[in-house]
Design a protein around this ligand. Structure first.
Ligand SMILES: C[S@@+](CC[C@H](N)C(=O)[O-])C[C@H]1O[C@@H](n2cnc3c(N)ncnc32)[C@H](O)[C@@H]1O
Length: 262
């Protein structure tokens, strides 16, 4: 018999709600993925929920049996909750009927190895969780081997970023590095290291992307810093033909990833 919670002041409900705060996610190493499709995506890629919360109506869904079995088999909890609790946990009036609490899965930078895929993406000081989630989704779509977060970045496991990944949060290995760690690790990279700069003279379509390509993208406001641009074999520019002075970071990253993997 699964547990049932109806009180908003239940400690488990409070703990899951607290995962909206980065401090809490950092301390617990957990994050929230909403929706049965995303929960199943996690399970299918080897990530079982620690907690599976569902509304009263979700239990009848054909995929719920699989989600419940995987959660219990991994020692997790399955809890039926009210619509109000799901709304508070998701901070939405119309919440998804299923919410999973999963362990974060950062990998060590040393485990991101050239040769694992055609392309790896590195983001310097990415600030916007929507951009980061969209880039993770694009990196998954194009078959990138990993994504490296360089310097102080927003959290890929925030609810906003996870929502924007549409389930790809489970598919793309994520690593973190300081600028100095990235510089040391980059020295062992065997393919092309391609930076992106609005001031670059090389058209991104003319650059050589020796596989595996490491694509380096800059911050939304400041762009790529000179220190990081200097670490690249080549810096490229995507042509800007109209009046806009730059592309959105996630759009530019998508163009670069497909140029490097085409
Ligand atoms: C919004 S842009 C940064 C704009 C910033 N004001 C600057 O001067 O670089 C964010 C990132 O997207 C990438 N980007 C955007 N437009 C680009 C373009 N036309 N060519 C190459 N990279 C671009 C770069 O990585 C850049 O650092």
């Amino acid at each position: 018999m699964n547990a049932r919670i109806t009180s908003l002041s239940n400690p488990t409900v409070k703990a899951v709600r607290a995962l909206h705060m980065r401090k809490e996610r950092d301390e617990t190493g957990l994050f929230v993925a909403e929706g049965l499709k995303n929960v199943i995506e996690g399970i299918d890629t080897g990530h079982a929920p620690k907690i599976l919360m569902h509304g009263p109506d979700a239990a009848a869904h054909p995929m719920m049996k699989k989600a419940v079995q995987a959660t219990l088999a991994a020692g997790g909890q399955v809890i039926e909750v009210t619509h109000d609790i799901l709304a508070k946990v998701s901070r939405r009036e119309n919440p998804q009927a299923v919410v999973g609490v999963f362990p974060q899965a950062f990998i060590d930078l040393k485990d991101v190895k050239p040769g694992a895929a055609e392309c790896v993406v590195a983001l310097h000081r990415v600030r916007d969780p929507g951009n980061l989630g969209t880039i993770i989704r694009t990196a998954d779509s194009a078959g990138c081997g990993a994504l490296v977060l360089v310097g102080e970045c927003c959290d890929p496991y925030s609810v906003e970023a996870v929502r924007a990944t549409m389930g790809s949060i489970f598919a793309v290995p994520l690593a973190r590095a300081t600028e100095a760690e990235f510089a040391a690790w980059r020295a062992g990279w065997t393919g092309s290291v391609v930076g992106t700069l609005l001031t670059a003279e090389v058209d991104h379509r003319k650059a050589a992307y020796r596989k595996p390509a490491l694509i380096l993208m800059g911050n939304e406001q400041q762009g790529l810093t000179p220190d990081l641009a200097a670490l690249c074999d080549v810096n490229v520019k995507i042509p800007m033909r109209g009046r806009a002075d730059s592309l959105n970071l996630s759009v530019a990253t998508g163009i670069m990833i497909y140029a490097a993997t085409g």
